[in-house]
Write a protein that binds this ligand. Structure first.
Ligand code: NAD
Length: 367
């Protein structure tokens, strides 16, 4: 069997800095856990524009379609702000998401005990929190037609259309149920079936798909009530599935329950490939942080946890993913802090590579 393949796209700003730490961790799993990957690296974003005049070269796009998983750092920066819209760094990322048809966006909200003081909520509400929001990413009101600003009599009217087909709902529901099976077997679907027909259809289809997953406890909630419940007692949830618009809001809300942007990973999954693995792009939620780029200040944990998600969701290595997450937890419990994590409890300041060193040492100790 050939090694599983990974395409690494570090991108711009702090992207290459945080990805360098991930590369060391990938190497560690190859050397110590018999988990070798066939790794290739390429350009995306501003650096690809500098090299090729486009934020994503066709060859890179083709490679992304072939590999088992893509791992991306971040794109963008002030140097590229004045570029034409069609070649802006973000267009490279959008092209990847679109052409790989990544319809299921996974955003975990996980609170490491050592960082519970960073949350705006009380410590007992967030400590130990571990939920996953699955957001539909390629349809719904951001894409539905008709859309635009039209003239109606004497005034303008702005129109966007919430539109979902049964198959679009079913495929993201299936991906959420599959995920629930790998976690706590509890899924809450959120929509506004009380006021939106698309919400009624959403609820119907999710319920139908649920018949194939009798082990998963399915519940439904209106999305506005869901937002309240997420801030009141988030630990009542395990996996949440919702549409593009509500998912946009709810995943940001849930993520921020846990503190710093430098800690948040994400995955975007598409349809299964011939080998059964889903098309997949893993990336930290944060951007290229030009304000701290090149200074060794970036927190690599969001990108490292994105690789942990790849281990779990692309490579069925849940045990090894848990090993990596436990190593991160160990280091945080020991008080090591990149600049973004320096909070009320003080802590020992470390650089980007210092954090990588500590996580590697914790991995060594885990064996
Ligand atoms: P940003 O996420 O880059 O930074 C916001 C703030 O968080 C900054 O103060 C930054 O220093 C800090 N921060 C972010 N990640 C951090 C980390 N890992 N460690 C420590 N601190 C961290 O968002 P922004 O400033 O709005 O955008 C900067 C650039 O990134 C823009 O060009 C934007 O378009 C781009 N961007 C890219 C992505 C992506 O690649 N997915 C996402 C968001 C923004």
């Amino acid at each position: 069997m050939p090694n599983p393949s990974l395409l690494i796209l570090p991108g711009d700003g702090i992207g290459p800095e945080v990805m360098a730490e991930v590369r060391r961790i990938i190497d560690w799993f190859g050397a110590n856990r018999g988990l070798a990957f066939d790794v290739s690296e390429d350009l995306v974003g501003g650096c690809a524009y500098d090299a090729h005049g486009t934020p994503l070269h066709d060859d890179t796009m083709a490679r992304a379609q072939e590999v088992d998983a893509v791992l991306l750092g971040a794109v963008g920066g002030p140097k590229y702000d004045d570029l034409d819209f069609s070649v802006k760094p973000e267009r490279g990322l959008l092209r990847l998401r679109k052409e790989m048809d990544l319809f299921s966006n996974l955003r975990p909200a996980q609170c490491f005990d050592a960082l519970a003081d960073f949350s705006s909520l009380k410590k007992n509400v967030v400590a130990g929190l571990d939920i996953m929001i699955v957001r539909e990413l390629t349809s719904g009101v951001y894409f539905g037609e008709p859309r635009g600003i039209f003239k109606e009599g004497n005034e303008r009217v702005g129109i966007n259309t919430q539109r979902y087909t049964e198959s679009e709902i079913a495929r993201v529901a299936r991906s959420a149920f599959d995920l629930a099976m790998k976690r706590g077997k509890k899924l809450c679907s959120m929509e506004k079936a009380n006021v939106m027909e698309s919400g009624i259809l959403w609820r119907d289809v999710v319920t139908e798909v649920g018949r194939d997953y009798p082990e998963v406890e399915l519940s439904h909630m209106y999305a506005d009530a869901g937002a309240m419940q997420l801030t009141r007692w988030p630990k009542q949830f395990d996996v949440i599935v919702t549409d593009n618009l509500f998912g946009d809001l709810l995943s940001d809300l849930a993520a921020m329950l846990t503190g710093s942007l430098g800690m948040l990973p994400s995955a975007s999954l598409g349809a299964p490939m011939a080998n059964g693995r889903p098309k997949a792009l893993y990336e930290p939620v944060h951007g290229s942080a030009p304000d701290i780029a090149g200074q060794g200040k970036a927190n690599p944990i969001a990108c490292i946890l994105s690789f942990a998600m790849a281990l779990r969701y692309s490579f069925d290595q849940g045990g090894e993913a848990a090993r990596l997450e436990a190593a991160v937890e160990r280091v945080l419990a020991d008080g090591l802090r990149t600049a973004d994590l320096m909070g009320p409890d003080g802590g020992t300041p470390v650089s980007t590579s210092g954090m990588g060193d500590a996580i590697l040492a914790a991995l060594d100790a885990s064996q």
